[in-house]
Design a protein around this ligand. Structure first.
Ligand SMILES: NC(=O)c1ccc[n+]([C@@H]2O[C@H](COP(=O)([O-])OP(=O)(O)OC[C@H]3O[C@@H](n4cnc5c(N)ncnc54)[C@H](O)[C@@H]3O)[C@@H](O)[C@H]2O)c1
Length: 351
């Protein structure tokens, strides 16, 4: 059964998602490395792209299969999909234009254009991949989702799934809402969270921690100017794992280094004390293809959103949000979120 999916923001994350889904569809012998091979009846290959929106003149008007390789995108190329018959349409710009000067010419559409496209393509799920800091544009797509009654996945840090007003509106319209800000398959956030969770569980006193990220994607170029929302979602994710401890946390993406391309390198430090007040220091370095690291989790989120639609469940999907996002309405350690998702899939919990 196909799941009809639209994308807002045809950047690097969209590129990895489209490449990956199309690869698994056209090469069924290749095993997808995801936590959930099936979500209910749905496999990764059931995801079908139906609409896409951007504001970069180099992407608007092109087939989605080509637009994902248009500059400034630089996600690693693993698979070249054939034309999908999905033309990228112009969406509302508002504060969407990424900082850093990588988008020169902009084409604008309206919220009404987005609603019309979602409705005419019978889209079921919209994934919001807008640049960090584009709060008003993110809200415009959330609004379009509500009007078209399309499930909304907020893959970026603007507070939508964590905002009470949006939560209420999605409950009233019976439209599923997932977010905020994708938590990568094995990214800096989930690794950092697990370490803090483990130290807390084992009775270690945590004094302070930092996480510094460098990368060469347009996302990093934008984050050099607008990283407040990202700092908030990343810091909340880590601090919630040891809520009862008062420790200092500096968690920020800090440098755009163009030659790193799609690589992201995260450096983490945790300082604390064990039994006897004796000091302990943990240093971690993670080197990963950033855009690809987000795609598996988004395939889970899309399939969980579809399950919610099938069951006529609207509003925040707490289990799926805790599993797939840095700043969900309810924070859970990964193993608890995993269990909640299994219960949701099995129909043992509502959302
Ligand atoms: N692993 C990851 O890369 C990762 C993980 C978690 C969250 N995120 C978040 O996901 C978002 C997308 O990341 P990315 O690497 O794909 O970024 P990107 O900069 O490559 O892509 C953003 C796209 O949005 C387009 N855009 C800007 N304003 C728009 C508007 N108003 N309407 C439609 N399109 C618009 C841009 O032209 C660009 O194509 C970012 O906010 C990022 O922080 C990324």
């Amino acid at each position: 059964m196909p799941i009809r999916v639209a994308i807002a923001g045809v950047g690097n994350c969209a590129s990895a998602l489209v490449q990956g889904v199309e690869m698994y569809k056209h090469k069924p012998e290749v095993e997808p490395f995801v936590a959930f091979k099936k979500v209910g009846a749905y496999a990764v290959s059931d995801i079908t792209f139906t609409a896409a929106f951007d504001i970069d003149a180099r992407k608007v008007g092109r087939d989605l299969a080509e637009a994902i390789f248009s500059p400034p995108n630089n996600a690693t190329k693993v698979f070249e999909p054939q034309k999908l018959g999905v033309i990228v349409r112009a969406g509302p710009l508002l504060d969407g234009r990424p900082e850093g000067g990588l988008v020169e010419k902009v084409v604008e559409g309206t919220v009404e254009d987005v609603v019309r496209e979602l409705e005419s393509t019978n889209t079921e799920v919209l994934v919001n991949y807008l640049p960090t800091g584009a709060r008003r544009a993110a809200e415009a797509y959330a609004e379009a989702s509500l009007r078209a009654r399309v499930a909304f996945i907020n893959a970026m840090p603007a507070p939508i799934a964590t905002n009470e007003v949006w939560q209420k509106r999605f409950i009233e319209r019976e439209v599923p809402l997932l977010g905020d800000d994708t938590q990568n398959q094995i990214g800096a956030t989930v690794l950092h969270k697990m370490l803090i969770h483990l130290l807390n569980l084992r009775g270690v006193r945590i004094f302070d921690t930092y996480q510094i990220n460098v990368g060469g994607t347009p996302d990093f170029a934008n984050l050099m100017y607008r990283r407040t929302d990202k700092e908030k979602t990343k810091t909340a994710a880590v601090k919630k794992m040891a809520d009862d401890q008062d420790f200092k946390a500096y968690i920020a993406p800090v440098a755009y280094i163009p030659f790193l391309n799609d690589r992201k390198i995260a450096h983490m430090l945790i300082e604390g004390a064990i039994f006897g007040g004796v000091p302990i220091t943990i240093r971690v370095e993670l080197d990963v293809h950033d855009a690809w690291n987000s795609a598996a989790i988004v395939t889970d989120a899309i399939r969980l959103a579809k399950l919610a639609l099938d069951r006529h469940i609207g509003g925040p999907i707490y289990s799926a949000s805790a599993w797939g996002f840095k700043n969900p309405p309810i924070h859970m350690p990964p193993e608890e979120a995993y269990k909640a998702v299994i219960e949701f899939i099995n129909g043992e919990r509502n959302n």
